[in-house]
Design a protein around this ligand. Structure first.
Ligand code: ZN
Ligand code: ZN
Length: 90
């Protein structure tokens, strides 16, 4: 009855703070769990991504992104964060 330390995996929430950019790059947890990709204001918080300059539109720093997420290459996709998809309360 001395088992311990296994509860953490069952307490994952969807809003866990980690950097998906560094995680996708194959960085260790000690790296991608120390920061988040973007803050609440939508500004890039990842130092790796901030240093990256988009070759398509030249964005970097607060507005940095990879080609995959470049708004210049995906003009028709409108992403609306913060709007729940279910449970409309009127
Ligand atoms: Zn990162
Ligand atoms: Zn871009």
């Amino acid at each position: 009855m001395a088992s311990k330390g296994s509860d953490e995996k069952f307490q994952r929430h969807r809003r866990v703070k980690l950097c998906v950019f560094c995680r996708n790059n194959g960085e260790p947890e000690s790296v991608f769990k120390t920061h988040i990709l973007k803050d609440a204001n939508g500004r890039v918080n990842c130092p790796v991504l901030r240093a990256y300059t988009c070759p398509t539109c030249g964005a970097s720093g607060d507005d940095a992104h990879t080609l995959k997420y470049c708004p210049a290459t995906q003009p028709t996709i409108i992403y609306s964060p913060g709007i729940p998809d279910n449970g409309v309360k009127w």
